[in-house]
Ligand binder design. Structure first.
Ligand SMILES: *Cc1c(COP(=O)(O)O)cnc(C)c1O
Length: 420
């Protein structure tokens, strides 16, 4: 099967995008899987890491490691400087006003739980409403259900339009003067829908609700400016942004974070402790109890530097072409239905193939070296909405190629013939 012509035509459009160099930066991409070249299309689940991140992690452990914020010795000062400079890198990446608004967490899940526990427990009362959507990841559903059950809250969920578009009209009708929090994804991890976060934030603020945006799938693809959006909280997770696992970020407006009690108690989050009482540390330490994920934060900053070097706009432009090409090619596969075609979507394609279980699809194409996700993608309510138990999901990153898409489509056609 020869798709070289189409492939070359498309890659020609990206003279300025140095795909070959980018691919060389990711050592794992030259691995063979089951004797085939690895085609990694499971990026929405976790992205691969460039050498720059791997090397920075090694460097930190090799030349600048100690615990932070404590020691009066050289290594501790260096580790503290690097950790705090990582916070500054994240601040700039999100467009936050101050690095005191950047809290390092374990991942996005912990960031959302932090808001539910700290802000939710102290500010919400029986009858108050939280508004989420059917396209949330379980991480942005379950913490609110737990809080609802504890406090007697009302949890409402907005359905998307059939094609996966965010339904702004229905959103307006679900907002009431009892809505205290709107917690929605910036980008859906299944549909790729980009939520109109400016309008959502404005409408929520108009009824006096705060806004939390889950940017786990947005951060790798869209430039973010929390000051401009004016959201109260924004979170993302490091491992989907080409960084290490074990590190995530919660941004919170200083005026909101100041009013919130600590999430967990322990070292680092206090200014003084006696047996009778403790005083909390200032932001952001108040929310970072215990020894943080020091090197993971430094690695995350290296990932952000790497993305900034290439430019999120160039990445987004290239990924959009990948998405368009993949959509065209998948539409030619007999019996294949793409779930969700909102306009301007992120490079994520969930689909079902007639009469073939997604687990079979994923397992069979894995033998061809193609890695995709099959399952409910931690979004069971959305699967129910579309009346599918599960889907197969291909999600693209800056290092994927048109040729890989051809290979993927060939592998799917192989599956189709096996089940014909
Ligand atoms: C992956 C993901 C999460 C959870 O990320 P963790 O790293 O598992 O905490 C939350 N929301 C969305 C939209 C995601 O894609």
């Amino acid at each position: 099967m020869d798709h070289d012509f189409a492939t070359e035509n498309l890659t020609d459009k990206f003279d300025s995008y140095n795909l070959a160099r980018i691919r060389e930066d990711f050592p794992i991409l030259s691995q063979m899987v089951h004797g085939k070249d690895l085609v990694y299309f499971d990026n929405a689940s976790s992205a691969q890491k460039p050498r720059q991140v791997i090397d920075r992690i090694t460097e930190a452990y090799t030349t600048g490691y100690s615990n932070v914020h404590r020691g009066l010795h050289f290594m501790s000062e260096k580790a503290t400087d690097d950790y705090e400079s990582a916070r500054e890198t994240v601040r700039a990446f999100l467009g936050a006003a101050s690095s005191t608004e950047i809290i390092f967490t374990r991942n996005a899940t912990e960031a959302i739980n932090l808001v539910a526990s700290s802000w939710g427990r102290t500010n919400l009362q029986a009858g108050d409403e939280i508004l989420i959507t059917y396209m949330e990841h379980h991480s942005n559903i379950v913490p609110w259900q737990m809080l609802r059950d504890e406090k007697g809250l009302v949890l409402k969920a907005l359905k998307p339009e059939k094609d996966g578009t965010f339904d702004l009209d229905s959103f307006k009708t679900l907002l009431t003067d009892r809505t205290k929090l709107v917690s929605v994804c910036h980008v859906s991890n299944v549909l790729g829908t980009v939520v109109p976060v400016f309008e959502v934030t404005k409408l929520a603020h108009d009824v006096g609700a705060l806004v939390l945006l889950d940017g786990s799938q947005a951060a790798p693809h869209i430039s973010i400016d929390v000051k401009n959006i004016s959201c109260d909280f924004y979170c993302f997770t490091g491992h989907k942004l080409y960084g290490p696992s074990g590190i995530g970020v919660l941004y919170g407006k200083e005026s909101v974070l100041e009013t919130m009690p600590p999430y967990q108690g322990g070292g680092n989050m206090i200014s003084s402790v006696s047996i009778e009482m403790s005083k909390w540390a200032d932001l952001p330490a108040k929310f970072e109890s215990g020894t943080p994920a020091i090197v993971q934060a430094i690695g995350l900053a290296a990932a952000i530097d790497y993305i900034n070097d290439i430019g999120l706009n160039s990445i987004a432009k290239y990924e959009r072409e990948l998405l368009n090409y993949a959509t065209q090619m998948l539409d030619l596969v007999e019996g294949l239905t793409i779930i969700g075609r909102p306009s301007g979507k992120a490079p994520i394609i969930a689909f079902v193939l007639n009469c073939v279980h997604p687990h079979d699809v994923a397992t069979i194409i894995d033998r061809q070296g193609v890695a995709v996700r099959a399952g409910n993608h931690c979004a069971q309510p959305l699967m129910n909405f579309y009346k599918v138990g599960s889907t197969t999901r291909a999600s693209f990153a800056m290092y994927n190629t048109f040729k890989e898409i051809d290979f993927f489509v060939d592998a799917l056609n192989l599956v189709r013939r096996m089940f014909a």
